[in-house]
Design a protein around this ligand. Structure first.
Ligand SMILES: *Cc1c(COP(=O)(O)O)cnc(C)c1O
Length: 421
């Protein structure tokens, strides 16, 4: 058995070749996962492909650094350089979203929501949020989650016919229940939230407004979706969905709540910050501030619109009749399949996606997103082809020249590799 010493670490090179020599078992898994991601169509709405620059920051020695606290006020020594990295991340986030304050430490979107509640609420407080059957997230009152255990959630929904938010109904629930906070955000609502309307309702009943913009925040960065920052008391977000950064969370708020939000993250809900992830967030915010990202965000939406239209033409029922975002919610029942069967058939063809609850009852739908395929460089033409794959996979028909849908998928993604070299 070999003992790893400092000398043997410093003497070894880094990267996949070194890992392969030291730990072939894990190296093989990493490479096989890269192959899986590159050889199928990644339509999971919450996923994306981070840039090599983001991956470099994630795999950097900043991963070694302990840094409890905030820049200039840490509990550990040696934080001078990671302090600079965190300040850069905070300044870039503030500039990108026009926020007075940003906290980039939450380890995930759920940690960000937990901290937002901790900053504004006490256990037992009433919270009005989108009900889980209509697209609320686990952190919006699921009994299996801290949120449902510690707070008294009231769920609002969407109109079951149109799939659209009914603000008058939200207002009635707010007036009846007088919640301490109202949460607007969803895992599957494909339309823009009207943050001004939610602000008005919150003001009418004296509630805080928390925007959980985990999904659309990347579109906000690219100017392709409305910005919740001017309306919400606290905005919760992830950095790994359309925003295309590392897996993690973020909070945005005004100066007056800054201290409460910071204390709710550390020391209330987290210990040491993950400095490699924070550096990677800074890199992603830098990328998101470029004209190329603005073009990307608009292309993500244009692609989702074409995908929704073409799936409708294939016979799928599209919730809300379309989309304003990267999300498309498609019900395969008109084609004679439930969502689970459809997901299985599509998985066999190399198309990876999720199912989600549908507004109108027991049946589930397919939830897809265009963030990852758009990062790969695909456009409207490819979206139309992808919709064709859906139809062919479910109908069991073959593609032209007798090729299987799996072969067609492989051929398409080969032309749009997420990573080269
Ligand atoms: C993704 C998501 C979250 C949670 O993010 P994690 O990083 O998975 O914890 C929270 N809220 C909403 C609305 C989301 O879409």
């Amino acid at each position: 058995m070999s003992v790893t010493t400092a000398a043997s670490i410093s003497g070894s090179s880094t990267g996949i070749d070194a890992l392969r020599r030291q730990d072939p078992e894990l190296a093989e898994i990493l490479l096989a996962e890269l192959e899986r991601q590159s050889s199928g169509l990644q339509l999971i709405a919450a996923e994306n492909f981070t840039s090599p620059a983001v991956l470099t920051a994630l795999g950097s020695p900043l991963a070694n650094k302990y840094a409890e606290g905030y820049p200039g006020n840490r509990h550990h020594g040696g934080c001078e350089l990671v302090d600079i990295a965190e300040r850069v991340a905070v300044d870039r986030a503030k500039a990108l979203f026009g926020a007075e304050h940003a906290n980039v430490q939450p380890h995930s979107g759920s940690s960000a929501v937990l901290a937002a509640y901790a900053a504004l609420l006490r256990p037992g407080d009433k919270v009005l949020a989108m009900g889980l059957p209509h697209g609320g997230h686990l952190t919006h009152g699921s009994p299996a989650n801290f949120s449902g255990r510690w707070f008294d959630f009231i769920g609002y929904g969407v109109d079951e016919e149109s799939g659209l938010l009914d603000h008058e109904r939200v207002r009635e629930l707010a007036v009846t229940h007088k919640p301490k906070a109202i949460v607007c955000g969803s895992i599957s609502y494909p339309r823009h939230f009207d943050y001004a309307a939610f602000r008005e309702i919150a003001d009418e009943v004296g509630a805080y407004l928390i925007a959980d913009a985990a999904h659309p925040i990347g579109l906000v960065a690219g100017g392709a979706a409305p910005n919740p920052v001017p309306y919400a008391d606290v905005v919760c977000a992830t950095t790994h969905k359309v925003l295309r950064g590392p897996r993690g969370g973020m909070l945005l708020c005004g100066e007056e709540l800054a201290e409460r939000v910071d204390r709710a993250v550390f020391p209330f809900t987290q210990g040491g910050a993950q400095m490699h992830t924070i550096a990677a967030k800074a890199v992603a915010f830098g990328e998101a501030a470029t004209p190329a990202f603005t073009a990307y965000a608009h292309q993500v939406v244009a692609n989702a619109r074409v995908l929704a239209d073409c799936l409708a033409a294939e016979g799928f029922a599209i919730t809300t009749g379309g989309t304003d975002t990267h999300l498309v919610i498609a019900d395969p029942t008109p084609l004679g399949f439930d969502a689970k069967e459809a997901r299985g058939l599509l998985a066999g063809a190399g198309v990876v996606l999720d199912t989600c609850a549908l507004p109108h009852g027991e049946v589930r739908g397919l939830r897809l997103g265009t963030a990852a395929v758009t990062t790969q460089g695909m456009g409207e033409v490819e979206m139309a082809r992808i919709a064709g794959f859906f139809g062919a996979a479910l109908r069991g028909t073959q593609e032209p020249q007798g090729r299987t849908v799996r072969e067609e998928v492989r051929e398409l993604v080969r032309r749009f590799p997420p990573y080269t070299g």
